[in-house]
Design a protein around this ligand. Structure first.
Ligand SMILES: C=C(N)C(=O)O
Length: 126
């Protein structure tokens, strides 16, 4: 059975999508961008700060679905500029310090709202 996940601890969707959906034990999050739950966009902040906000949002959405960081199977990190990889990675490592999930990191041509990073995840909550 599938379910739509919503929490006020993460920003509202900026388009026609849900913060996350579930199917059985699996949780699929939308890509989280550096937008605060209050609606402040951090598109000009350093990539470290943008990454923190995106990951705070991601963990808030996962928590609403009952998932902890250890439950994450795979993430995808979209960067506006691959030169930001190291700065993003340093922050990212603090969020997934135990048994980090599989990950892909790619440079996207452009990201919504002009942000520098967007991060999505798939988790299992069995
Ligand atoms: C920010 C997004 N996740 C989107 O526009 O799909």
């Amino acid at each position: 059975m599938s379910e739509i996940i919503h929490t006020n601890a993460a920003p509202e969707a900026v388009g026609a999508y849900s913060q996350a959906t579930t199917n059985g034990d699996l949780v699929f999050t939308a890509g989280q961008i550096p937008l605060t739950p209050e609606g402040e966009l951090l598109e000009d902040a350093p990539i470290a700060e943008q990454t923190e906000q995106a990951l705070d949002n991601l963990l808030a959405v996962l928590a609403e679905a009952g998932a902890e960081p250890e439950d994450v199977l795979k993430t995808t990190v979209f960067l506006g500029d691959i030169d930001d990889f190291e700065e993003m990675n340093e922050v990212y490592a603090n969020y997934f310090d135990r048994a980090p999930p599989a990950r892909s990191a790619v440079q996207a041509g452009a990201l919504p709202k002009g942000v520098g990073v967007e991060i999505e995840a798939v988790a299992s909550v069995e």
